[in-house]
Write a protein of this length. Sequence first.
Length: 566
Amino acid sequence: MRFFARGGFVFHFRRSVTACYNAAKTGHFRTFSDSAPAIQFSKNRAKKRAPAAGAEPHIIPFLAEKCGENLNVSRSVVDPSHRACNSVRTLKVVAKISLAALIGAWCMMVESHASGAATSPSKPHIVLFIADDFSWNDSAPYGNWDVRTPNLEQLTIDGMKFNFAFAASPTCTPSRSAMYTGLYPMRNGAHANHSLIKDGIKTLPVYMKELGYRVVIAGKTHIGPREEFPFEYLPNSNIMPPGKHALLWTDLNTKAVDELLSKHDVNQPLCLIVCAHSPHVYWPDNDGYNPASLKLPPSFLDTTLTRYERAKYYTDVTWMDKQVGEVRASLAKHGFSNNTLFMFTADQGAQWPFEKWTLYDGGIRVPLIASYPDHIKPGTTSNAMISLVDLLPTMIRAGGGSPRTDDLDGRDFLPVLLGQSDHFHDEIYAAHTGDKEMNHAPMRCIRTSKFKYIHNLAPQIRYTTHISEGEDRDGRGYWASWLRLAETDPAAQKVIDRFHNLPAEQLFDVEKDPYELKNLAQDPQYKKTLEELREKVNAWRLQQGEDLNKVPMPEDARTGELKYAG
């Protein structure tokens, strides 16, 4: 027998209505077998078990005959450990209620039972929250206690944290297009930043609408063509902060999300994609962080300007974390939380050297945290390797569909979420082509639990990004301080050289060298590993439709109208 005892008290009605009435008269209620219905009364709702066949028609007339007298009725919070079948538990008297009220409640439950099949949601709501340019280890759940991220901490307490999740590409449009198609960038066509997917590619809103979902996207979009992504684009979900005008100051308006939830019928399955604009540059002024006390990654050069910008970045991370909390609060306020699969991730790593626009872990390794009450065990951690192309097939499966493996590169990892498996991919892949004139860096990689192999397809091109070539607010300001330090510090000069000059092949032992500082590609000890991973990357490129004799560049990707937001 199952008890519904969370936040309320339980009435158990026996088939014998006389026994039920006598229990009320004596002030004792007893639990019975699964043949009896169980009702939970709580502050906002009542839940009822299916009654035994033929039981309901006899209860209300019998109790109606007994109306008119007030009874001292037992009320208590039931110990959730009381779950044994056919057990007997006495509830102590703590309140006085009338039998008439009991009848009224029972009538309401019978009515609810009669119409429940038509109104109860048969599918979970699915909410995917995507942070913008957010490195996997820049939050407290992933070990960075410099950053204030209380809402991500709470989400981790409520659900499952993945330690090894990876984007399909280290830049915005290719990564998002891969998430929304379940296909890696070269296969879906959007392999360069600000590029479009191929015509005829089936996308997330199409898949989920076929399953009966209302499919809404709020916040940043940066995908196209728009007709291939038939989302319901939430009005007013992008706002410009007061006094700001540049496109990259655009912010997510969580009030629009709250309004959507307040008006949406909770019994209609909702698939909601919430896309923050933070912590993508431009970063706001520092709010409460001490630059001098921050720990910097070992791949960085330690300068005053770097610390100053790091504090601004963390301020934006905290702002994004606040937005996560606001969306989750809205889900709870409007009755969605108990039947919602909520997933949090990021499109790729942050705009720092050796992170965004690279295939190092700093560029493609992302946070992934999921909660789903009564399905995902709270406070759990998984070391299963996940690619963000796996999100779509997992959402399809959660929504009652059957994702076709020949149509998608991604795979359904719902068994991992439900605790049925602790293993998924043996290896994941990722691709990058470039970002218009700022970044021409075609590269491919494979990542296992032990090694990372990167094939730089055009090593003769000097590697640059917005950080080295853009404006101060893109990162050029602190980058200039790195260049000044390199003028007198040989170690700093090596960092600059490593940034600009990419060898044809890179191999890293990511277990021993998590920041990928030591390239093992020329080490004879790792020759066999290098050859095996090289062959796998070549086979993957062919499977993705690439010509191994051609080097795809950003200008080879399809271009056209591409809305950044709205």
